[in-house]
Design a protein. Structure first.
Lengths: 387, 323
């Protein structure tokens, strides 16, 4: 039987992020965000975070080996992504940025399919309908409006009796969970998304991972007030949680999604976290930030604190950690070979998918391109003959 | 067959689409209660409700961005951009998202979105209200760009655009909104076909949208002078129906292209390039362009002479025939 959690020491400070799991691994209470720890499967959350980190580590290695052109690392943001994603129901729809590898993992998306975009074999890589997880969006903030439009569609589906509530089993609307970063809040489109969502009271939750860095720009370049506080001007409820605390992220997202599904309108959640790696594998963070800051955040590691909690409370057998580690190792090996096995795209691909049907001009250009490829092939064969 | 204005014909086409397909909805600024600043959506909110004729907040990126999301959920949004010069805040959504979604999803996600834009000059308006932005969109793979010149085409083409599974930029020649013409239910041309609106044998004059009417006047005057001018209404700017234009030039040997948009890198340049590729030996004279100049749109007191009209087109016809 778990002890009754004590009230968080930080709970009285209004601007500090809500915390339900301390860096030392203690579950605490905060009246601003009621949460029953028994409602969370803590070992499963731990496993999700470990697997997510392993996916990230492996992808970085694949980039270093030349198998991927680029990789945007989520290192340090595992709790924010796993906590948010585990609050979702299957019918909810997710609009990610390009860094939500942990959310993809929790949605059950095949992790190898995330790699195609960064390997250059595709611009997408999966069917968004398979796991209700949209394609990655690289243009900062653009997806916020797509999520809002999708939510406009859900509301209209309801009005047209198109929602099969028997499948969801909840009798509630599906909700939309839109991911964004702190940099995206400076984009006009994000601000328009907030306006559309609030004035139409749409079933959408904006989950902002404030990792404090937009490539080289610290948060102070974007704004002088915390993310969650900026919501108030839009009439949008804002919640600020410790983004390295998987329970706070889970609790806040659950509450916001439930509100959205029952007609209560949108919420903005700020998960205050830290991008522990550079922006992408092409970036060099040492050019713009201090290693002391990186060390400080290493001490707030999201996985370590849940590990500490599970160990201290004896919630799992010691063998559990070894099992998860072994599973992650197997997974990484499989991911490596599956990355190398990703099919090469056919040269006709861009021509075929620009329009529903190829235009006469595109037919002409494709024929020209095929002839060009054939001549290259012929030249190569001639060169081979001479050798 | 009924006679109506071009604006009313679009209204009828929208009404038809809203009646026949529950997934169609209209998004735009002032399109509901007011019926649009040109009244093109007049009465539709009263008949189809505020959920289907949506008065949006004032943000063009928001209008197009939410249309992308609605399309993902199975809807067919028709966006109205209030004036040509106000489309630019939406250009990011149009070019990076709307135009690319089918491609980036390996063909899985269609974007059946129409963006209606009143365009062109000639109504004595203030800055940003008289522009011709078609080349920006026609240069973007993934978009289709069409424009109507008559009420009949306006009615038919808006319906075809809404039925299209590709995003369509639907350009409405605002100075023709009040022009009347017959609207028929007769089967029409495909959305991306040009139409020969007047047969001729000496010279081909290609125009579209607001300049089709003056082009026909040019052909009438030229006939009095003993010259037979064929007039083609391009109708679709992307894709271009080059086959119709080239077939005509192979017969006439002479080509003049007219548009209000500025000259350099414009639609006329593309047509000239295609014609010299495919009808080089049929040409009796260089391909000539009659266009707006390479300046921002002028103050309205200057627009009558700045815009390509009958006189400038006739001068180009004479220059071509002099070869």
């Amino acid at each position: 039987m778990p002890r009754t959690p004590r009230t968080s020491a930080k709970a009285k400070d209004r601007s500090s992020p809500i915390q339900l799991l301390t860096p030392e691994g203690e579950i605490v209470r905060d009246n601003k965000l009621p949460f029953d720890p028994l409602s969370a499967d803590l070992p499963a959350l731990y496993r999700d975070m470990v697997m997510t980190r392993r996916l990230d580590t492996e992808a970085i290695a694949l980039q270093r080996q030349g198998e991927l052109g680029l990789w945007p690392s989520l290192f340090g943001q595992e709790a924010a992504q796993v906590g948010a994603a585990r609050a979702l129901l299957p019918n909810d729809m997710v609009f990610p940025t390009y860094r939500e590898h942990g959310v993809a993992w929790c949605r059950g998306l095949d992790p190898a399919s995330l790699l195609g975009l960064f390997r250059g074999t595709t611009l997408g890589g999966w069917d968004p309908a398979d796991a209700n997880f949209n394609l990655y969006t690289l243009v900062i903030g653009a997806q916020t409006l797509h999520g809002v439009g999708y939510a406009m569609g859900i509301v209209r589906d309801l009005a047209r009796d198109l929602l099969d509530t028997s499948k969801g089993g909840t009798g509630e609307l599906p909700a939309v969970l839109v991911f964004l970063g702190d940099g995206a809040l400076s984009e006009g489109e994000t601000n328009e998304a907030f306006i559309w969502a609030t004035t139409q009271s749409l079933p959408v939750v904006f989950f902002c991972q404030n990792n404090q860095w937009a490539i080289s720009a610290p948060y102070s370049v974007q704004s002088t007030v915390p993310v969650a506080q900026r919501a108030a001007g839009f009439g949008l409820p804002g919640v600020r949680v410790d983004g390295n605390d998987v329970l706070a992220c889970l609790a806040a997202t659950r509450r916001a999604l439930r509100k959205a599904r029952t007609g209560g309108g949108p919420t903005l959640i700020e998960a205050f976290t830290y991008r522990r790696n550079a922006h992408t594998t092409a970036d060099d963070a040492s050019r713009y930030r201090e290693s002391a800051e990186e060390k400080e955040w290493a001490g707030k590691d999201p996985i370590a604190r849940l590990h500490a909690h599970l160990t201290a409370t004896g919630a799992v057998e010691p063998a559990f950690f070894d099992e998860v580690e072994a599973e992650a190792k197997d997974f990484a090996e499989g991911l490596r070979s599956r990355c190398r096995a990703l099919p090469e795209p056919d040269a006709s691909l861009p021509f075929e998918h620009t329009y529903a049907e190829m235009t006469p001009e595109l037919h002409r250009q494709l024929a020209h391109h095929r002839a060009h490829l054939a001549s290259l092939q012929e030249t190569a064969e001639h060169a081979g003959d001479r050798a | 067959m009924t006679t109506t204005t071009l604006a009313r014909a679009i209204n009828d086409g929208l009404r038809h689409a809203l009646s026949n397909d529950p997934s169609v909805l209209l998004l735009g600024e002032d399109i509901g209660r007011l019926g649009g600043v040109f009244r093109v959506t007049d009465g539709l909110r009263a008949d189809f409700g505020a959920d289907r004729v949506v008065d949006t907040p004032l943000g063009e990126a928001g209008i197009v961005g939410t249309a992308v999301g609605l399309a993902m959920r199975g809807y067919r949004p028709v966006c109205e951009i209030q004036f040509d010069g106000f489309v630019y805040p939406a250009v990011n959504q149009i070019i990076t998202q709307l135009a690319k979604y089918r491609h980036r999803s390996d063909g899985r996600i269609a974007m059946p979105v129409v963006i209606r834009i009143p365009y062109g000059g000639g109504i004595g308006s203030i800055e940003h209200h008289s522009e011709s932005p078609e080349a920006y969109f026609a240069h973007t793979p993934g978009l289709k760009v069409v424009t109507c010149a008559t009420p009949d085409d306006a009615f038919t083409m808006i319906g075809q655009a809404i039925s299209s599974d590709d995003p369509v930029i639907f350009l409405e020649p605002k100075r023709r909104y009040w022009s009347k013409g017959a609207v028929t239910d007769a089967p029409s041309l495909g959305l991306h076909r040009a139409r020969t609106v007047r047969d001729g044998s000496d010279l081909t004059l290609v125009a579209y949208g607001p300049l089709v009417t003056p082009a026909l006047e040019v052909a009438r005057v030229a006939e009095e002078e003993g010259h037979s001018v064929e007039v083609i209404d391009l109708r679709s700017l992307a894709p271009l129906d080059t086959a119709t234009v080239i077939a005509s030039v192979l017969r006439t040997g002479r080509l003049v292209v007219a548009h209000e948009a500025s000259r350099t890198h414009g639609i006329g340049a593309e047509i000239a390039a295609r014609v010299q590729e495919e009808a080089f030996y049929a040409l009796e004279a260089p391909v000539l362009r009659v266009t707006g100049y390479d300046t921002p749109y002028p103050p309205s007191r200057l627009e009558e002479e700045w815009l390509p009209g009958v006189e400038r087109m006739l001068a180009a016809v004479d220059r071509s025939l002099a070869h």
